[in-house]
Design a protein around this ligand. Structure first.
Ligand SMILES: [Zn+2]
Length: 433
């Protein structure tokens, strides 16, 4: 979190002056014109990327989209490289680019090339219906990547990238992170550590009041796994000193205690699957299990698996410690153990992240658009920016406006490419002065 106090000062000033519209500088006006001049070309680039199936497991498709975007980055003067992942991971790898300078904040721009679609799922033909464009990954998030690339192009064309330090990372497995995660995200974390600010181009949020929002926070996501053991016996003796309560009641006690004692704003902990009986067997890879048992037996085994989503590392750790405490208070004749795994660290709503949102909002106001607020972190799932957030100030949601993501109805609002490329370009320009 290097050097953020200056951003904070700017944000406080922006707030104090009530987001009054300020005149763009001459360079900023030229940046706006440069984005506008390329709008048809930008849509053509989007079309080229969207008619390729780049489902995470379609490694050839992801690489093809990577070649397309790499050529763009090369033209903007970035030193680019393809980061391969080991074959065992069955992931395409990532596209990285960098240009180094001496001025302003060091930025990391994040996007992903893959989509949620199956490798075999046929791509939707490019179809423009008024403002709406349909296609696989059109808003999640090839539109966002095009916005990022067009912003960089515009900056380059007016000489505004000179002297700035900007890194780009487009991951190839955002929708289904390769395992182990530590290896799949090692480059992202290293690049975040070498940056002051991470800007991510997932889709822009739309609030119920019609306003736009960006993400200053995203909830961390992980899982828990509970294993309960008891003493097998005749059910006529249950609750007695010999038989004890059995694994099923102990499992029920634990998950019910979670519900009774843990619920608080921003925290969720689903119990996704539970099994109890004389034998239980669960295969996480297949997300499938079996249990054997009879109605007249005190069952000796039970398992449950669930998730845990939290706004901050502190909230996550507090929840975990209370869950461990509940698990430790076993009913007679039983014992239980819980383990936790984290797939995405929380991106907490830090003052530095809020300051970035205020700067973005001011850019929007200066361009004659409305304010852009901080969205509700519970309205989004988990995303790559969360791996950067512990190491740099972070903001997400600078990408395209659209909807229906992760479904065949996914669409993009075409005008958001130009509009958000302009806002991103001015934002990057102001941060790299
Ligand atoms: Zn996405």
């Amino acid at each position: 979190m290097k050097h953020w106090p200056r951003i904070l000062v700017l944000a406080v000033l922006a707030t104090a002056f009530g987001s009054a519209r300020a005149e763009l500088s001459d360079v900023e006006k030229r940046i706006v014109e440069a984005v506008k001049a390329r709008s048809p070309t930008a849509l053509a680039l989007l079309q080229k990327s969207v008619v390729v199936n780049s489902g995470t497991l379609n490694t050839e498709g992801v690489k093809e989209v990577g070649r397309l975007f790499r050529a763009e980055l090369d033209e903007v003067g970035f030193a680019t490289r393809w980061i391969d992942m080991p074959a065992s991971m069955q992931r395409a790898g990532h596209l990285a680019g960098k240009r180094e300078g001496v001025r302003g904040k060091r930025l990391l721009l994040l996007g992903h090339m893959d989509t949620v679609f199956e490798p075999s799922s046929p791509v939707t033909p490019w179809a423009v219906d008024g403002q709406r464009i349909r296609g696989q990954g059109v808003s999640d998030m090839k539109g966002g990547v095009v916005i990022m690339l067009e912003a960089l192009r515009a900056l380059k064309s007016v000489g505004a990238l000179d002297g700035s330090t900007v890194a780009v990372l487009l991951t190839g497995d955002e929708e289904s992170v390769g395992q182990p995660t530590a290896q799949a995200r090692a480059d992202l974390i290293a690049m975040a550590r070498a940056s002051d600010i991470a800007l991510s181009f997932e889709g822009m949020g739309r609030e119920t009041n019609g306003g736009e929002s960006v993400a200053v926070a995203r909830r961390g996501a992980g899982s828990w796994s509970l294993t309960v053991t008891g003493k097998q016996g005749h059910s006529s003796a249950i609750f007695g000193p010999g038989a004890g309560f059995g694994a099923a009641y102990e499992l029920a006690r634990i998950v019910n205690a979670f519900r009774e004692q843990l619920i608080e704003p921003g925290l969720t902990f689903g119990a996704g699957v539970m099994l109890a009986g004389t034998e239980v067997d669960f295969d996480p890879a297949l997300a499938r299990g079996t249990a054997a048992g009879k109605s007249n037996i005190v069952p000796p085994r039970a398992i449950a698996r669930g998730d845990l989503r939290a706004l901050t590392a502190e909230q996550r750790d507090r929840a975990r410690s209370r869950m461990r405490d509940i698990v430790g208070h076993s009913l007679p004749g039983t014992s239980a153990a819980i383990t936790f795994a984290e797939s995405y660290p929380p991106m907490a709503a830090t003052p530095a992240n809020h300051a970035l949102q205020e700067l973005y909002s001011q850019v929007s106001v200066d361009l004659g658009h409305g304010r852009v607020e901080a969205g509700n972190p519970e309205s989004r799932g988990a995303g790559d920016v969360q791996f950067a957030a512990p190491h740099a100030a972070a903001l997400d949601g600078l990408g395209a406006a659209g909807g229906g993501s992760h479904s065949p109805l996914e669409y993009l609002l075409a005008e958001s490419i130009e509009k958000n490329a302009i806002r991103a370009a001015i934002m990057i320009y102001r941060l790299t002065r």
